[in-house]
Design a protein around this ligand. Structure first.
Ligand SMILES: [Zn+2]
Ligand SMILES: [Zn+2]
Length: 147
């Protein structure tokens, strides 16, 4: 019998909610890879400062920065697709860039590339507070425990 890894039910985290001063280091409990997530990065240039926002490909998990802006509303997805064909978003629960642990059905491409104030409020409430819904829950490798 394989020994199960006991772990807490992990919470959801969103790139859009992350502070650049407190980047989130996700030490994956499955593959041990460390992924670093941060909300945005500020670049000081001769033309003033530029903000680069952090996005994650919802397919392969690759991270990228972009200064793309929306004409209306808050941008949450990039127009340009990842080289794998996936969509870069920052309004979805983050997952391990290597083994995709924490990835769920919610991690997928969407038609909408902007979020309304109401949608942003929902994300804010869920960040670091809502438990993940995972296929891993039924995995033989995990046994979820509550704190
Ligand atoms: Zn990708
Ligand atoms: Zn991993």
């Amino acid at each position: 019998m394989t020994e199960k890894i006991k772990k807490l039910i992990p919470y959801k985290y969103y790139l859009i909610e992350m502070s650049p001063y407190r980047p989130l280091r996700l030490d994956c409990e499955v593959c041990k890879t460390t992924s670093s997530f941060c909300g945005h990065m500020r670049l000081n240039t001769s033309n003033g400062c530029i903000y680069l926002w952090h996005y994650q490909c919802q397919d392969c998990g690759k991270l990228t920065y972009s200064d793309e802006k929306a004409e209306k509303g808050t941008i949450v997805a990039l127009q340009e697709a990842c080289e794998c064909g996936g969509q870069f978003r920052r309004d979805k629960n983050i997952f391990c860039t290597s083994c995709h642990y924490r990835k769920s059905d919610e991690n997928r491409s969407e038609e909408t590339r902007t979020a309304t104030k109401k949608q942003l409020e929902v994300i804010k409430k869920s960040n670091d507070a809502e438990e993940m819904t995972l296929q891993f829950e039924k995995s033989d490798f995990f046994e979820f425990v509550e704190e």
